[in-house]
Ligand binder design. Structure first.
Ligand code: BJ8
Length: 424
């Protein structure tokens, strides 16, 4: 029998009616999108369990951490250094959401035509439907895109927001700015948690988070095989869960999954036929439970072999150098690692173009699908640069612009099927 968490939800201040509506959406969607897949690895059981307890057990863990004096810090971008949060004994939680709930409330403070990711986090906070948000006493924003930057001013009316200034270029002076932002963040996190960050706890934290990223990289490496031993949908789910699960447990479970996948690879046991078109997805992050486009792609007979997304490679492809011998060196190493992220908020963003060409080769991809959220200027406009470079290299591309609604599903299916037909 399922545990009744209503008392806990009520205590942390959720609107139980609105939250009940949200919880009704998830199980049927999950069944259709995930549990309907055939030949899934047995080790996916853990990740299915995590989703089934998405607002239960993990929230209980956060509440226990808080009642023992710990802090929970929410983030909206993979640019926020989680190593620093962890070193200070706090738990870092990614708050981006991939579902449109609370849109009416969000539209009271935001324009109607705004990126769904921004509208969604504002809606979640205003409608009080997200126990992760309500567990955070502080959230960290960034100045990556204009929409988020301005939305954080409004969000600050409802929860304390610390904003990190992320540079828009990668010159030496931009690096210096970012290093100083990271140093300021250390001070802010120390003040907030009451815990000092020192060489010992930062090195431990760097190692733990590196291990998490390395486990995800191991998983990504296994997907280079043909046939792919795991679906793109399952891989995306794991990359989404990486944003909020317990770091050590998650790392262990991803490595266990990889052990199983290695056996699958040896037995030539894939989730799709060896001749299934191999697709790389690139673009804006796909926050949980936004599985619409991957579901369409894999239902049409293709297999997604990599995500050049922040819920994907951009999150784990780089690790922090572990050889810092003093605190400053370690903090600089963290700052440097984060500047390796190729977000479209940078200009120019050539690293992303080079990466896509390299990934297409490494993963033996037949095509790339560029998927951007509506009203996301950085990615929608940068799609032009992506198109130009991929054309020069003869890599087929399909560009999609969508939101969190299901209204365009039929149209997207038709376009994806036509694209797959073309590259087969
Ligand atoms: S590092 S991609 S997580 S900023 S989709 S809110 S950009 S209008 S999410 Fe992102 Fe960090 Fe970059 Fe990654 Fe704005 Fe675009 Fe919306 Fe976006």
């Amino acid at each position: 029998m399922a545990t009744d968490y209503r008392k806990m939800w009520d205590k942390i201040g959720l609107d139980l009616d609105a939250h009940g509506q949200l919880m009704q959406v998830l199980p049927p969607t999950y069944k259709d999108v995930y549990l309907s897949q055939s030949n899934r690895p047995d080790s996916m059981e853990y990740f299915d369990f995590v989703v089934s307890e998405i607002h239960g057990l993990r929230i209980q863990e956060l509440q226990e951490h808080k009642s023992n004096g710990g802090k929970v810090i929410g983030t909206f971008c993979v640019f926020v250094p989680e190593e620093i949060i962890r070193a200070a004994g706090a738990i870092c939680i990614g708050l981006c959401s991939g579902v449109e709930i609370g849109a009416a409330q969000a539209e009271k403070v935001l324009p109607r035509n705004v990126c769904p990711l921004i509208k969604s986090f504002m809606g979640f906070k205003l409608a009080k439907v997200c126990p992760y948000f309500e567990s955070c006493d502080m959230v960290v924003g960034e100045t990556t895109c204009d929409g988020k930057k301005k939305a954080f001013e409004i969000l600050n009316d409802y929860v304390p927001v610390h904003v990190m200034e992320t540079p828009q270029m990668k010159r030496e002076k931009d690096r210096a700015l970012w290093r100083s932002e990271v140093q300021d963040f250390v001070v802010r996190v120390e003040e907030y948690t009451g815990n000092q960050i020192n060489l010992e706890n930062i090195q431990r934290s760097i190692k733990d988070v590196n291990n998490k990223r390395l486990a995800l990289l191991r998983l990504a490496g296994l997907r280079k095989q043909n046939p792919a031993p795991i679906s793109g949908k399952d891989s995306l789910l794991i990359e989404q869960i990486a944003m909020y699960d317990d770091v050590e447990r998650f790392t262990l479970k991803v490595n266990e999954l990889c052990d199983e996948l290695e056996t699958r690879v040896q037995g030539n046991n894939g989730v799709h036929a060896a001749d299934a078109p191999r697709i790389i997805v690139t673009g804006t992050p796909m926050a949980i439970p936004n599985w619409k486009v991957p579901h369409i792609i894999e239902s049409a007979g293709a297999v997604i072999v990599a995500e050049e997304l922040c819920t994907g490679l951009r999150y784990f492809e780089n690790t922090v150098a572990e050889n810092g011998t003093n605190l400053d060196q370690s903090i600089d190493a963290i700052a440097e690692r984060y500047l390796g992220i190729n977000c479209a908020c940078f200009t120019p963003n050539e690293g992303r173009m080079e990466k896509l060409v390299r990934l297409a080769k490494e993963y033996n991809a037949d095509g790339i699908i560029h998927c951007s959220l509506a009203f996301c200027d950085p990615y929608l406009i940068e799609a032009n640069r992506v198109e130009k470079v991929l054309k020069e290299h003869g890599i087929p591309l399909l560009k999609i612009e969508t939101d969190y609604g299901q209204e365009d599903t039929g149209q997207l299916q038709t376009r994806v099927e036509a694209f797959l037909e073309m590259i087969r």
